[in-house]
Ligand binder design. Sequence first.
Ligand SMILES: Nc1ncnc2c1ncn2[C@@H]1O[C@H](COP(=O)(O)OP(=O)(O)OP(=O)(O)O)[C@@H](O)[C@H]1O
Ligand SMILES: [Mg+2]
Length: 425
Amino acid sequence: MKLYEYEAKKVFNKMGIPIPKKYGIIHSLKELDELKLEYPIMLKSMVLVGGRGKAGGIKKVKNMDETKKIANDLFKLKIKGMPVECILLEEVIDEIGACYIGITMDPITFNNVVIVSSSGGVDIEQVAKEKPHAILKREITDNIDKLSKSTADDLASFLVTNLNNKKNLKNILSDIISKVYATYQRFDARLCEINPLIITNDGVVAVDAKLVLDDNALFRQVDLLEMLGITEKRHDVAERTKNELRAQNAGFPYIDLLSETYVKDPKKLYVGLIPGGAGYGIFSIDEVATIGKRYFNDQVVPVNFMDSGGGPTQNRVAEMFHLLMDYHIVDLIITSRFGGISSCDIFIRGMLQAVKERYETGKRMIPIYGRMVGTDLPSAHTFLEKAKIENPDALKNVTIYVGNQKIMADVIREGIKKAYELKGV
Ligand SMILES: Nc1ncnc2c1ncn2[C@@H]1O[C@H](COP(=O)(O)OP(=O)(O)OP(=O)(O)O)[C@@H](O)[C@H]1O
Ligand SMILES: [Mg+2]
């Protein structure tokens, strides 16, 4: 469960981590009248997704007129599709330097990992790529309850050296690193992060605060939830990609398996998946990857999870195909309709609707390989055969096996082979 920045800061304060002075939280402009503000102040949009600064959700203001105007703009802002429901008003901290401190768990070893960086206020993923020397990572393998003083000191020394030798900070930073670790442990967090920890003339201040709690341990955190006034379990808000938002608006579950900044490797083949249901969706990811490993030198990459849900409409099916054909990375669509609740007929009509529309408007087309069995199969079959005769060019690279004449693994293998041929690799 993600905490809002103001909630995480409350926790930091309790744990002795310095935070900026808070003037208040507002849900509407009216509430500004009740606050005593000392300018300049920061206006910070409270949403449960990251990248608020980049999206224009964090602003510094100098007077009441500016505060009203900017707060009004922020209330209209959507950050990664999430509306700004409240704004935190806090003191502006003057910085002479900034760094990063984060604790999380390594998903492979299950050990806690402490990460520090002398580049504060930027995405840690970006620092890892561009300036790996600015990051120090320590995996904690024993005595995990408390960070040892020597580890905290080592991490602090690294920061001090990289922050141009502000040596007087070493003890302060070591103490903060230990406190961030203690916060992570005490509240059963999955992530505890300060980005940036601002260095001032007098010490350090956490101007941002991120705390993600482990849902499975919430039953142990009754006191924390009470302190924060959280009475109901808050559903996790995932950060959606453009494709995920598009699917959400069209009404079907979709997850990108590659990051939005992923660079396509010309040697690889990228497969988009339109399966029947969620289980088949997960299974298809596995099957495509395994077939790629076994027969295609491990060069085949499944790119998405999708679930059409029971009984999708024809337009929704068409939108599933449009989404994957608009996604520049996809070289081949593998589809499987295992018609139980859903009708093969509606599925085939939706698919053909998308293919024909794209063909007629000159939009990007990619090969489709698949199989359908189940409800309404005869009418779907008739419709498909008729469409093939009427639109031979549009359906040139569409192969749908009808019924049980082939197992899905063979269909996938054949589709990949064909897509490689069409790609000319
Ligand atoms: N109280 C403050 N005083 C001075 N500068 C601040 C303060 N709060 C934020 N900033 C500045 O604004 C930048 C962005 O703020 P913040 O780190 O809170 O949001 P973000 O990291 O963009 O959002 P997210 O955590 O959603 O990714 C900070 O890197 C810092 O430079
Ligand atoms: Mg930040």
